[in-house]
Design a protein around this ligand. Structure first.
Ligand SMILES: NC(=O)c1ccc[n+]([C@@H]2O[C@H](COP(=O)([O-])OP(=O)(O)OC[C@H]3O[C@@H](n4cnc5c(N)ncnc54)[C@H](OP(=O)(O)O)[C@@H]3O)[C@@H](O)[C@H]2O)c1
Length: 325
């Protein structure tokens, strides 16, 4: 038997329950990971609330974890029992002591990277890798706007952008979060509870505005984000913390300067084993070099997953949050 968090109906954090389940055996091509740390991500809240539908109910939750391989399915050649590993994709169910995952989504951890760091950075760090290095490959010298700069993804982005020589302007909701983002290498911060974001971006850039805007807040910031861009530049809408962007009239892209928009996902970029290995290799190199340090702002016991989600949704967390089985 193993413990896992599951939900039988969508709703608030109270729908999450800790249950005992029989440990599943890995099918061909799968491995079972004994999780030592589990990553908490905003996408878990989208599944819990039903914004993203779970394939079936009751359902497990979570897609990010790190630990040790404890059973290996037929045909798996790159992993063996005892390997220290991490994953950020695959079926819902990482909020658990054990999770069965397609082996092609699992990577072996370098010695220097501990399991807590891995669980706190696999999904968020791979996301930053594809956003800064692939969606719009940045070369250094660009100015970008990044919402939620003191959050899990944002804290890694501030450091990675700095390492690339990119000027990251981060939005935050408090002076404490501004200080954290600046310590992480943000070139400037804007506290959107006190300052007008578009005006501040204009001042900071001498009127030039941004080369790329990375917006994971969604509904509340969509138009502001478009107003922060240079003509013919790129809006990357990659999340819905305030709700999904809906009902967009495509003509707005013309009105605001012949803009480009993309709505990417990690699964769309890490879609083959080769690409996942390459992306994870870049992330691990950033971690091993110390250019990116993962800030684990909160740790919760697995049983308190609901409380952890409440804090993330309530903007009370900074950096990454992990659950400990
Ligand atoms: N597309 C992808 O591949 C992908 C992958 C990973 C994550 N994401 C997205 O990236 C975002 C960040 O994820 P994360 O797990 O690292 O979370 P996070 O940034 O640690 O937490 C979300 C932050 O968003 C800000 N926020 C603004 N409006 C909010 C609202 N109405 N409700 C809640 N928070 C609000 C808050 O920061 P302030 O208090 O400073 O405003 C909050 O701390 C999420 O939207 C997530 O879905 C997308």
């Amino acid at each position: 038997m193993a413990k896992r968090i599951q939900f039988a109906r969508t709703g608030g954090p109270e729908v999450l329950e800790l249950v005992d389940v029989t440990s599943a055996e890995p099918a061909p091509g799968e491995v079972r990971v004994s999780n030592q740390a589990v990553g908490l991500n905003f996408i878990d809240i989208y599944f819990r609330t039903g914004l993203y539908p779970a394939p079936w109910l009751p359902s497990g939750l979570g897609t990010e974890g790190a630990g040790v391989v404890d059973a290996v399915g037929e045909g798996v050649t790159h992993l063996k029992a005892g390997d220290r590993v991490a994953y950020a994709q695959g079926p819902l169910g990482a909020y658990a002591e054990q999770h069965v995952v397609p082996a092609e989504k699992v990577v072996v951890l370098p010695e220097a990277i501990d399991v807590e760091t891995a669980a706190a950075s696999m999904l968020k760090g791979l996301t930053v890798q594809y956003l800064l290095r692939q969606t719009c490959p940045l070369e250094g010298g660009e100015t970008i706007l990044w919402h939620a700069a003191a959050g899990g993804v944002g804290s890694i982005a501030c450091q990675w952008a700095k390492a690339l020589g990119v000027k990251l302007i981060g939005t935050v909701s408090s002076p404490e979060k501004a200080a954290l983002a600046e310590r992480n290498g943000a070139w400037a911060t804007i506290d959107y509870t006190r300052e007008n974001v578009v005006e501040r971006v204009r001042e900071l850039t001498g009127g030039a505005m941004c080369d790329v805007v990375y917006d994971s807040v969604g509904k509340d910031t969509w138009e502001t984000s478009l107003d922060c861009l240079k003509p013919r530049s790129l809006m990357v809408s990659f999340g819905n913390a305030s709700g999904a962007v809906e009902g967009v009239n495509i003509g707005i892209l013309n009105q605001k300067g012949s803009l480009f928009v993309t709505r990417p996902s990690l699964n769309g970029y890490a879609d083959t084993r080769e690409r996942l290995e390459w992306m994870a290799g870049e992330l691990f190199a950033m971690l091993e070099s110390g250019k990116v340090k993962v800030d684990i702002g909160q740790r919760y016991p697995l049983a308190e997953a609901g409380k952890a989600q409440e804090a993330l949704q309530g903007r009370q967390t900074t950096g990454s949050t992990i659950l400990l089985p």
